[in-house]
Design a protein around this ligand. Sequence first.
Ligand code: CA
Ligand code: CA
Ligand code: CA
Length: 371
Amino acid sequence: MDLMEIDDDVYIDRHRSMEGLVTKVDFQRRKQPSRCVSVCLGLLCAVLLAGNIGQFIYYEIFSHPASGDPMQSGYVQDRPQSSDNNSAAERKQLETRLTNLTTEKDQLHQSYDSVTAERDELKVSFNKVGNERDMLRAATEQLQSNYSDLQREKEELQTEFSTLRSNRDQLQSTYTSLKTNHDQMQLSYSSVTAERDEFKASFNNLQTEKDQLQREHSQLESNHSVLRREKGELQKKIDKIRARPCQTGWSKFDISCYFVSSVFKNWTLSRQECIEEGADLVVIDSLEEQEFLNMLMHKGQNVWIGLTDSLQEGTWMWVDGSNVTTKFWQPGQPNSYNRNQDCGENIQKTPGVGQWNDDGCFAVQNWICEK
Ligand SMILES: [Ca+2]
Ligand SMILES: [Ca+2]
Ligand SMILES: [Ca+2]
């Protein structure tokens, strides 16, 4: 029974070693002593069986010679005396061998017990190793599961990482584009800001100018009102003067009265004559007045008019202090002939409106007064 149990255990160990953590080499190393012990025990049992059989035969044949069995008695009586001596020697040998075999059997029993104890220890160790293997297997399965989970998580992380890297690249591209746009907008903003400042300065200048113009416009409107009022008053005076008749010997034109002398005097005395009449030498300031005077004079007549450059040579002025605006100089005049022509005269022309000439103030001729 013990041999069968050992063989069964070996079979189980072999089976477990194929699927467990115990390697085949360890199994072979562990299996070798068990097989030797089994063979030794088999041989020992066979020897013990043969010894028992021999001992049984010895006791049955040689230890009971006085047996009542006729067959046995006849057999013993028939053997010779030498054979008895040999048998005693053999018996002694057999007893010695039996004693040896008994000793060997006891030793084998002890070895068997020792081997059994060792087997039990091995069985305990095997069970312990089996438990450890089961724990390692469970741990391995857990590790496998964890590995699978980690592998799956790694793949998910890899996918997520790829997505994040793609998003990062897109964001980088978008950032670069936005940066470029930002820089352009910054430049545009700076340019627009500079233009705005220029416009603001121009606006302030325009505002100042507008305020100034507004003040000037208000002032002009005020002056215009004053001038319009003065114009109205002057117009009334002009109308009154225009309606006033001239004294005898004087001719009316517009608002003035004119007198053409019939005697000759130089320019200075001629003017003195006019002043004594409350007038002055004529001042001609329009084409109509020039035409009127030309019509008032007789053909080819020369008359002094209120024109002189005696204060500054070449600068002709009217006797009332006004500048000469409308001019009717004869071609080539004024020429200040002999450098002593500082007084102006009007020469009647037909057709035409008459012409001016500078002449010596000492010359005596007619004159025309205006008042
Ligand atoms: Ca006049
Ligand atoms: Ca002159
Ligand atoms: Ca002249």
